[in-house]
Design a protein. Structure first.
Length: 256
């Protein structure tokens, strides 16, 4: 086999392995359970959280989803949006430290939501929506540990908490970033910390509507960004292949 053929063969093998690795990494990112939007203002009221659960198994369906809400920094006024084919069970827990609000002192909060009865098949995902009355204002991040059970009995534990500055863990828990309000701004449910919070029913309805729009936008931009990132990396690999061909041809021409 000529040196040129050997070099080209090695270049093609490396490129194929690199491309496969990139596609695997992209697929793993899509397979994570995530919460949308990714951020809200501290103390935000009357908003909506959507837990996106994709199915990552080829031969099994997701049949049970358990989301655990933090009780050290509780989410108040939790309500579950009905999902066709799924039954939701809500568990409440007595708080170690009651929370004082304008409506009184809260001593209990939702600590777990379990969805059963439905199926998320291969190549599909399900959004489980949860409305809240108020988010905590004394922390920068909320982690929602999640257990995903498959029809073959396998349970994936999305419970590892992401750390700032560190690589993403293998099985990260869905994380919601809580941002500080700007000077002079009121707490709102838009996830950006701008605007006034509503105290009557019409204001709450408007806030919920804005939160849904924000959620849809985040879902679209998140998926698009990941897809474009993966595509860009693959194009880069193809560029390396082309460069390898050019180098080999140049050497061959010089020898002749």
């Amino acid at each position: 086999m000529s040196p040129m053929s050997t070099t080209l063969r090695r270049t093609g093998t490396v490129a194929a392995l690199a491309t496969a690795g990139l596609l695997t990494a992209a697929g793993a990112a899509f397979a994570h359970v995530t919460v949308h939007p990714e951020s809200y203002a501290k103390g935000a009221t009357d908003g909506l959280l959507s837990f996106r659960v994709p199915n990552e198994e080829d031969t099994a369906s997701t049949t049970k989803v358990q989301v655990f809400l933090p009780t050290d920094h509780p989410v108040l006024g939790v309500l579950v949006t009905p999902q066709a084919g799924w039954t939701a069970k809500v568990t409440t827990t007595k708080l170690k430290k009651p929370v004082k609000t304008d409506d009184g002192t809260i001593t209990d909060a939702v600590s777990e939501i379990t969805w059963t009865g439905g199926r998320i098949r291969h190549g599909q995902f399900q959004d489980f929506e949860v409305a809240f009355g108020q988010l905590p204002d004394d922390t920068d991040q909320l982690s929602f540990k999640t257990l995903q059970t498959y029809s073959d009995g396998n349970v994936v534990r999305w419970i590892e908490e992401p750390q700032k500055g560190a690589e993403e863990p293998e099985s990260p828990a869905p994380a919601l970033t809580l941002t500080a309000k700007g000077a002079g701004e009121e707490t709102s449910s838009t996830g950006t910390g701008t605007g006034a919070s509503g105290s009557d029913s019409s204001s709450a309805s408007s806030s919920s509507s804005e939160a849904k729009e924000s959620t849809a936008s985040d879902k679209s931009s998140d998926s698009t960004a990941r897809a474009l990132g993966a595509a860009g990396l693959i194009v880069g690999v193809l560029g390396l292949i082309a460069a390898g061909f050019a180098v080999v041809r140049g050497r061959s021409a010089a020898r002749s």
